[in-house]
Design a protein around this ligand. Structure first.
Ligand SMILES: [Zn+2]
Length: 298
């Protein structure tokens, strides 16, 4: 009991310290922390701090679909096995190369659609160990993801929130991350500081190709169709950088099982196909992604 009480006090202090970054999702007023642990706007809209260490800033019920606890637990475990480490290293290099933020102020880093938080926590820790002070906020619609993030990675401001109406003040963010996740570009533009950057990660054509062909054979689903994500991004932002990351990751059976539990690919595959993949195993899996870096400046 003492332990969880301590944790909520730590998180309460964190949100109190950075309350000026937030805006009420109902009326857009400024926010502050009040007793015992309520995040409140100046028009008295209240949001409780969960004892697990996050704030739920949703204003209504939103369906998170298949994004449940089991999926996020699998994603967390796969992340912690290092599956995305080379991608994260490239992402870190992109942020360092393109972020114009320097010295005097902490780097404000927002992950819009952070899921179970591993990517953001990893990046914030890497920046921090490079002596860059970071204020990191993770937003996701899925409460199960945020709850797991808060349990796994202290020090980040974790919020359940709707990306279409981010509970954040305008023009405050140096870096907005959007990793394998739907975007809301109008919101991103509103949130960015002048010279702030958006760093988006989209799947490349060979992303998880071994799993695709094992599950779907020669059908259309066996290849990843680029859905115009890159083009949409380039229409919204001035492209500062673009990098392709491609590597093969050696899959242990335990990692393969995690991947099957977390990927939307498995949802549309039949049980028989999934079972066949489990039986046969996949010795390696390709991670193919594109990192896009853009700014709202012309
Ligand atoms: Zn309000």
């Amino acid at each position: 009991m003492d332990k969880s009480r301590k944790k909520i006090d730590v998180v309460k202090d964190l949100f109190a310290k950075h309350s000026h970054l937030f805006a009420c999702p109902i009326c857009n007023a400024n926010m502050y922390m009040t007793e015992p642990a309520i995040f409140q706007c100046y028009n008295r809209h209240n949001f409780d701090l969960a004892r697990q260490g996050y704030v739920n800033l949703l204003t209504g019920r939103v369906k998170a679909g298949k994004y449940d606890r089991q999926l996020f637990a699998a994603r967390l475990a796969l992340n912690q096995s290092g599956f995305f480490s080379p991608l994260l290293a490239a992402l870190y290099a992109s942020v360092v190369a393109h972020s114009s933020q320097q010295g005097a102020h902490p780097l404000r880093l927002l992950d819009a659609g952070c899921g179970e938080g591993s990517h953001l926590a990893h990046l914030a820790a890497a920046l921090d160990s490079n002596s860059l002070e970071v204020v990191a906020v993770g937003l996701d619609l899925a409460k199960d993801g945020i709850r797991l993030a808060a349990a796994s990675y202290p020090g980040v401001l974790w919020c359940v929130a709707d990306l279409a109406r981010c509970p954040l003040r305008a023009n405050q963010w140096d870096v907005i991350l959007n990793i394998f996740s739907p975007a809301n570009y109008a919101e991103f533009r509103r949130l960015l500081k002048p010279h702030g950057i958006v760093v988006k990660v989209i799947p490349g054509p060979h992303y998880l190709q071994e799993l695709r062909s094992a599950l779907f054979g020669d059908t259309a689903k066996a290849t990843y169709k680029n859905d115009g994500s890159r083009q949409q991004f380039a229409q919204q932002f001035t492209l500062l950088g673009e990098e392709r990351v491609n590597y093969q990751w050696e899959m242990l059976p335990s990692s393969l099982e995690l991947l099957l539990q977390m990927t939307p690919l498995a949802w549309s595959a039949g049980e028989a196909a999934l079972e066949a993949v489990r039986q046969r195993g996949l010795p390696q899996i390709t991670v193919d992604a594109r990192i896009l870096v853009g700014t709202a400046e012309n």
